[in-house]
Design a binder for this molecule. Structure first.
Ligand SMILES: [Zn+2]
Ligand SMILES: [Zn+2]
Length: 379
């Protein structure tokens, strides 16, 4: 935790400034919500809703209306990515592979630190230079303008695993992974989405610039420039550059992001709330830069770490935000106090939460004795 951090419980009014609350309490039906989005949505002291959310879950049987344009586009994309994987192993220059990896990291952070933790959840604030960086990174990722991404994601949290959830995981792995992009949205997604307040996003001129010019910026940053760089700077072939640095890289990060909606809504433990499907998935956390700690994240979506873990091993995004916090470009980082976490784990967890942290009565003596303590001061 940064040295100047305060616990989020002390800054409720700051978390929910007037006019920026999710409007579930005003314009949409509060009884339909199945998850909290911001701290001010919670109805219990430990960040939860008072009702039994499991009784609200439903997935209406319906005939899906397929969107063939998207089906063909995604089919081509995956075929091109497979060819890119082959070229990566057989003929691409190592610099091109390293560049693809860099672009994967950059676009990943544009989603995790940008669209997700900053814009969808407002879990921290960012000065304009950092917002410019994040908007560029986010455009490389091509998952639609961050404004639309954040809107869909707010609906996902507030109406989690109902028909209003754009990628409702109760419809199965394929639907929540990619199927939701291949068919028309359920009417509830649009209806409930219309009730979500996005005024804070509309007030961000950088975000609005990206939205307005998306169809120019996105092809340049996601496809054209990443294909040209390996050709012009180190003499890569056009084919290797296009299929490895662009198609493989783009499809890979897409699937990683989708795994948060599919795998992390199905596989893993639920130490914080056993009544919801989002789970702690270490594999997703590793590839998605810390976004796989999904049981924690759905319980406390406004925590900038999206996890309880204090280390950066599987949470590159937290390290990224902490770095910018150190130089003052990221500020007001919200995180949940250990007391609130403990309360919630005891009330709704599945029992898989091992220890509360340092000095817990269940923490093994051995672990305490052999722990490495950096910058130790004797007290
Ligand atoms: Zn989720
Ligand atoms: Zn989220």
């Amino acid at each position: 935790m940064p040295p100047n951090a305060t616990t989020a419980t002390q800054s409720l009014s700051d978390m929910c400034p007037p006019g920026t609350q999710t409007s579930a309490k005003s314009t949409s039906d509060p009884a339909a919500t199945t998850g909290v989005l911001f701290e001010c949505d919670s109805e219990t002291i430990d960040g939860g809703l008072t009702k039994d959310i499991t009784t609200l879950k439903k997935a209406e049987k319906r005939k899906l209306k397929l969107v063939w344009r998207n089906i063909i586009a995604f089919a081509y994309l995956h075929a091109a990515a497979l060819y890119g994987a082959w070229l990566m192993l057989t003929s691409a220059m190592w610099t091109t592979v390293a560049f693809a990896f860099l672009m994967y990291t950059v676009s990943g952070l544009g989603i995790t630190a940008g669209a997700h933790r900053l814009w969808a959840h407002r879990s921290y604030k960012a000065k304009w230079p950092l917002r410019v960086i994040l908007v560029i990174f986010n455009t490389v990722a091509f998952q639609d303008a961050a404004y639309h991404w954040a809107r869909d994601h707010r609906v996902h949290h507030k109406y989690s695993e109902t028909d209003a959830d754009p990628h409702n995981a109760t419809r199965g792995f394929f639907f929540s992974h990619v199927g939701w992009l291949l068919c028309k949205k359920h009417p509830d997604v649009k209806a409930k989405g219309a009730g979500i307040d996005l005024s804070d996003l509309r007030e961000d001129p950088i975000l609005m610039f990206q939205k307005k010019h998306y169809m120019i910026l996105m092809p340049l940053l996601c496809f054209i420039i990443p294909t040209m760089i390996p050709v012009y700077f180190w003499g890569e072939t056009w084919a290797n550059s296009f299929f490895v640095a662009t198609m493989f890289r783009y499809t890979f990060i897409l699937n990683v992001t989708w795994c948060v909606n599919s795998a992390a809504h199905m596989f893993g433990s639920k130490p914080y709330d056993s009544t919801i499907n989002p789970s702690e998935n270490i594999g997703v956390a590793a590839f998605a830069f810390g976004e796989g700690w999904h049981n924690y994240h759905h319980v406390f979506p406004w925590d900038y770490k999206t996890a309880e873990l204090g280390n950066y091993k599987l949470n590159l995004t937290t390290a990224f935000i902490d770095f910018f916090s150190k130089i003052g470009w990221a500020y007001d980082l919200k995180t949940v106090s250990p007391e609130i976490i403990e309360r919630r784990v005891k009330r709704t967890g599945d029992g898989s939460h091992a220890t509360w942290g340092w000095g817990d009565k269940d923490q093994p003596r051995e672990e305490i004795e052999h722990a490495t303590i950096i910058n130790r001061k004797s007290d």
